[in-house]
Write a protein that binds this ligand. Structure first.
Ligand SMILES: Cc1cc2nc3c(=O)[nH]c(=O)nc-3n(C[C@H](O)[C@H](O)[C@H](O)COP(=O)(O)OP(=O)(O)OC[C@H]3O[C@@H](n4cnc5c(N)ncnc54)[C@H](O)[C@@H]3O)c2cc1C
Length: 422
């Protein structure tokens, strides 16, 4: 941890996504007087990626906010560039355009890359969700009778596949197509198993009611012509179309340590292991579950640590991940939570039509979500985007701090290894 400073700490935040903005907002709140904030990112806009699944179904839109607006609102200097390298000894960042930024503290919130998992499948891309339009048209016209939706091993956050499956089923029914065969293939032991058995069972029932056939615990290899082999067991599927999530990979930055997948190793205060004055938060850090709500929680953890080091009256707290997911279904609004909460001694049912957090956004961040909700239209867009179709899920992640690190896949209990590694 950096030692306490009297002069304002120069904090450079690299990135313009969930983790970067939550870091900025938290630092602005916790230590504005003690900090000089700079955001360096190549983007024009902050893009709230999760609503991209709703776009092909005309069930919502992707929220965009100019980064200039956010930075101005939270007292940060804005540098439009991408970080090319870090000289941690000199506490200096070099950008691709040659710009040089000196820092006391650097927060890397540069996210992860994606690449297609299978050549013979259509890869769902949040940057181009309308790729699904052709598939939807074919289903409506009766020229596509079966679809498989696939979560690859080491895939990204799996929840969008469930949303796509449920909304696809709904879309087909609404178009008068009653016999569309939908398969969902996932290496998870059960649907959305990371949320725990109770939530998973509810999701499984939802899928069954929609007529979706789930192949859990299955690793797909996809050949041309919609031929899929499932392991273990060498089972076969033959479908008209295959849609897969991409694989996620880190974006290694020279001068910053990275694991075999390109993710930055951090301790439980999100400090980069072995490098002074550098934090990594969000999808780019080596926590195995890549999710916006967790990215925001990591940002809050790093911000508290930094603000405390800058002399603010804040106590640092370690990262204690809590997973909250809101599943777009296209069906009746239902909210689900694990473990079931109690309020005033009353158990709240695990499945409910009530929203379990406020604002009821897909990405839950202490600062970012209320701020986005407060912007004109942002809350309405998300609440209405699930036209009667939200299934909210909350789970505390089980963390075994003494076990060996888990691989990239968010399919089992989360484990930490020696030296605080996940
Ligand atoms: C289809 C889909 C649905 C999802 N659904 C949900 C959901 O329901 N709930 C949920 O919580 N999460 C969901 N997620 C996951 C969530 O979107 C991500 O976990 C979250 O966006 C990660 O935030 P991040 O800030 O780490 O990365 P990103 O949001 O990817 O942001 C990374 C930022 O870093 C910038 N950058 C990259 N390289 C550099 C560099 N060298 N220098 C400076 N800046 C750089 C990028 O331009 C970008 O601005 C979903 C994701 C997808 C794709």
């Amino acid at each position: 941890m950096p030692s306490a400073h009297i002069a304002p700490l120069r904090v450079v935040i690299a990135g313009g996504g969930v983790a970067a903005l939550e870091t900025l907002m938290a630092l602005h709140d916790l230590g504005e007087q003690q900090l000089r904030l700079t955001v360096v990112a190549p983007d024009d806009d902050f893009v709230l990626r999760p609503m991209s699944v709703a776009v092909p179904f005309s069930a919502g839109h992707v929220t965009r906010v100019p980064l200039d607006e956010v930075c101005a609102g939270f007292g940060a200097r804005r540098v439009r560039a991408a970080v090319a390298a870090v000289d941690a000894g000199a506490r200096r960042v070099t950008c691709h355009d040659g710009a040089v930024l000196d820092y006391d503290v650097l927060v890397l919130a540069t996210g992860a890359d994606t690449r297609p998992a299978y050549r013979a499948a259509l890869t769902f891309s949040d940057e181009d969700p309308e790729r699904l339009n052709g598939l939807l048209r074919d289903i409506e016209q009766g020229s596509c009778a079966s679809v498989a939706l696939v979560v690859p091993p080491a895939g990204s956050w799996a929840l969008p596949v469930y949303e796509l499956a449920l909304m696809l089923a709904r879309h087909a029914r609404d178009a008068g197509v009653d016999d569309l065969e939908i398969h969902l293939v996932t290496p998870e032991p059960a649907p959305l198993a990371v949320f725990g058995a109770e939530a998973s069972d509810a999701v499984a029932r939802l899928l069954a009611d929609a007529g979706i056939r789930v192949h859990a615990g299955s690793y797909a290899s996809v050949q041309r012509g919609g031929r899929i082999t499932l392991a273990p067991g060498d089972r076969r599927l033959h479908v008209a179309r295959v849609v897969a999530l991409p694989v996620v990979e880190g974006r290694p930055i020279p001068g910053v340590p990275a694991d075999d997948h390109g993710f930055v190793p951090v301790d439980d205060h999100c400090r980069v292991i072995g490098v002074d004055g550098v934090y990594a938060v969000g999808d780019g850090a080596d926590f195995p579950v890549k999710q916006g709500g967790l990215a925001a929680q990591q940002a809050d953890v790093a911000a508290r640590d930094i603000a405390a080091a800058a002399g603010a009256d804040v106590t640092p707290e370690p990262f204690r991940p809590v997973l909250r997911g809101m599943l777009l279904t296209g069906g009746e609004p239902r909210f689900l939570r694990r473990p079931p909460a109690t309020t005033n001694g009353t158990r709240i049912p695990p499945v409910s039509t009530d929203r379990l957090w406020w604002p009821p956004t897909k990405v839950v961040g202490r600062y970012l979500a209320p701020w986005l909700a407060g912007r004109a239209g942002a809350l309405r867009a998300e609440a209405e985007a699930a036209p009667g179709g939200g299934l909210a899920v909350e789970a505390e992640l089980a963390v075994d701090r003494d076990a060996q690190p888990l691989s990239l896949s968010p399919l089992g209990p989360l484990r930490r290894g020696p030296r605080g590694r996940w």
